[in-house]
Design a protein around this ligand. Structure first.
Ligand code: HEM
Length: 275
């Protein structure tokens, strides 16, 4: 009989007494002990892990978008391109994840729906933060976080910072375009004729403004994937709960359909009609 293969023979580290292991480095004890189903329903574990993994990816997305914003503010567009590409790939990953959740039927969800109480992704602090950093700033979304003053404080602090799009417009100004000064930034971006015209000029002359042109396409990519996420979410929600109210208390699918109209970078979409 051949002996079972032992990787120790080729030098694999086999003892982690007093040495940092894989689980130590990744904090796996904390992550893998954070699933607490509140019912006996088999599918509640899927529901919990689906949300937790989405929150982990959102954490990375925020890390990348914030760093991209810092780089753009400092005039370093190339590193920002790479980060924004990664954000689009993360959104793609989140989009594919719906395929796993879609395997849950309405009857299976109903088995544990009561266990969620009033909790809902509507109260996702990181999702709101992504929207705020990108520039979709709606202060009406703050109250669900009031029970966590630390989170409200960071969301409010974000409202005082220039958004990702604001710093992009600073670079457009640097290229010689006369744009209106940054307005109050605790509300979503509105399109502006001068900004629209500047983007049209950039898209008319890609060779002259290559970096801004590429930057604009990175933002459109990000928003494109974000829209797909919203669309996949609302379709999955309709498939699972129909037109019932959401656990967070909104009208459910009607609310989410309304959110499909959110536009992060309106100038970049409107300008396309004029080209
Ligand atoms: C069967 C699965 C799901 C159902 C039935 C569902 C349902 C809903 C509903 C009805 C809303 C509207 C707010 C409310 O009244 O609750 C909502 C919002 C939200 N959900 Fe889900 N959801 C599901 C899965 C997920 C997953 C996996 C995520 C990933 C994190 C997620 C993230 C969000 C976010 C971020 C919002 C806020 C959207 C906004 O305000 O624009 N949902 N969800």
């Amino acid at each position: 009989m051949t002996k079972a293969y032992d990787p120790a023979g080729e030098g694999a580290q086999m003892s982690f007494q007093g040495r940092m292991s894989y689980g130590d480095y990744l904090g796996l004890d904390q992550i893998l002990s954070a699933q607490h189903p509140r019912s006996q329903a088999h599918d509640e574990m899927l529901f919990i892990i689906q949300h937790q993994t989405a929150e982990l990816w959102m954490k990375l997305a925020l890390h990348e978008i914030s760093a991209a914003r810092d780089n753009i503010a400092a005039g370093n567009l190339r590193p920002a391109f790479k980060m924004l590409t990664r954000v689009a790939r993360i959104m793609e990953q989140l989009n594919s994840a719906w395929d796993v959740l879609r395997t849950m039927t309405p009857s299976e969800y109903t088995e544990f729906r009561e266990s969620l109480g009033q909790s809902s992704g509507f109260q996702s602090y990181q999702y709101r933060m992504i929207e705020f950093v990108a520039g979709n700033r709606n202060t009406a979304m703050l109250p669900p976080h009031a029970h966590r003053p630390d989170l409200v404080e960071s969301l409010k602090a974000e409202l005082t910072r220039p958004s990702l799009y604001d710093v992009v417009l600073d670079r457009v100004r640097d290229a010689g375009f006369d744009l209106p000064e940054r307005g109050q930034r605790d509300q979503p971006h509105q399109s502006d004729p001068a900004v629209n015209a500047a983007w049209a000029a950039i898209y008319d002359n890609p060779e002259q403004y290559w970096e801004l042109y590429e930057l604009a396409e990175k933002l459109v990519d990000f928003e494109d994937y974000f829209r797909r996420w919203r669309f996949n979410h609302v379709t999955t929600v309709e498939r699972v709960i129909g037109f019932k109210r959401g656990s967070g208390g909104t009208s459910g699918v009607s609310y989410l359909r309304r959110m499909l109209d959110v536009v992060l970078f309106p100038d970049l979409w409107e300008m396309r009609t004029k080209l």
